[in-house]
Design a protein around this ligand. Sequence first.
Ligand SMILES: Nc1nc(=O)c2c([nH]1)NC[C@@H]1CN(c3ccc(C(=O)N[C@@H](CCC(=O)O)C(=O)O)cc3)CN21
Ligand SMILES: O=c1ccn([C@H]2C[C@H](O)[C@@H](COP(=O)(O)O)O2)c(=O)[nH]1
Length: 283
Amino acid sequence: MKQYLELCQRIVDDGVWIENKRTNKRCLTVVNADLTFDVANNQFPLITTRKSFWKSAIAELLGYIRGYDNAADFRALGTKTWDMNANDNLAWLNNPHRKGEDDMGRVYGVQGRSWQKPDGSTIDQLRKIVDNLSEGIDDRGEILTFYNPGEFDMGCLRPCMHTHTFSLLGDTLHLTSYQRSCDVPLGLNFNQVQVYTLLALMAQITGKKPGQAYHKIINAHIYEDQLPLLRDVQLTRTPFASPKLIINPKIKSLEDLETWVTMDDFEVIGYEHHEAIKYPFSV
Ligand SMILES: Nc1nc(=O)c2c([nH]1)NC[C@@H]1CN(c3ccc(C(=O)N[C@@H](CCC(=O)O)C(=O)O)cc3)CN21
Ligand SMILES: O=c1ccn([C@H]2C[C@H](O)[C@@H](COP(=O)(O)O)O2)c(=O)[nH]1
């Protein structure tokens, strides 16, 4: 939590105003931020200086793991976070690749589970990583990447948190996640939950101990219409101690994640937080 607040303060103090063409808004911006989450000791990095809708964040992650390409599937899991990008973004609505209502195109999990090869076959990056790690293998290329420049025009948004690299040291699994662009008030609140939960889940289904999750962010920004709420409300609050994330121990395989797991299989204990803040969202 301290790391999050320090990054917010750093943007407020040292950020540079950058015009963003896609959203037509200015963003107060810094580059290069490093966050570390202690998954080994269950220090769940949930924001406490406002109410965080953590189930929505984990639902998003589960949708990526399943390779979903449709905002309706995300809604069925319990999150509406992709509705706007799938249905309210003019550039995507006019894109001939869009298959209709709720389609997101070839984004995130689609690339993770079925990266298209020139010969028409597909690569399941996640399956390979799970199989290797389960056998105790780290080939120094246990990389899950959603970043496919050849298909950017076939999706509603380029992936923001685009690459996850797993590392096995003995029987302890670590994760390094890279994010090219980060909406700190809204997106990061979810993304740090996702980095943490991805490592916890991958360790659980591969039979390894979870270690540390390293979250590397390039462009970290606050949209101009979010700044007053962040600076004058959220940053004046005192954080509470980190809660703990409890994952159903019956989840033992990638198939479990793909088939029966729901948000009821996740529980947060000891979550003390300040009241909710509704930040503006930019499409
Ligand atoms: N501008 C922007 N920021 C993002 O963070 C973002 C995008 N676009 N587009 C793709 C995804 C969608 N994400 C989202 C979308 C909405 C919320 C959001 O509205 N969160 C609210 C409430 C969520 C709820 O009730 O479930 C929040 O207060 O955190 C968060 C992340 C993250 N990503
Ligand atoms: O997981 C996510 C997804 C998106 N974001 C934010 C970061 C930016 O504010 C926008 C994406 O805009 P680009 O112009 O494609 O950079 O969405 C996030 O923080 N986390």
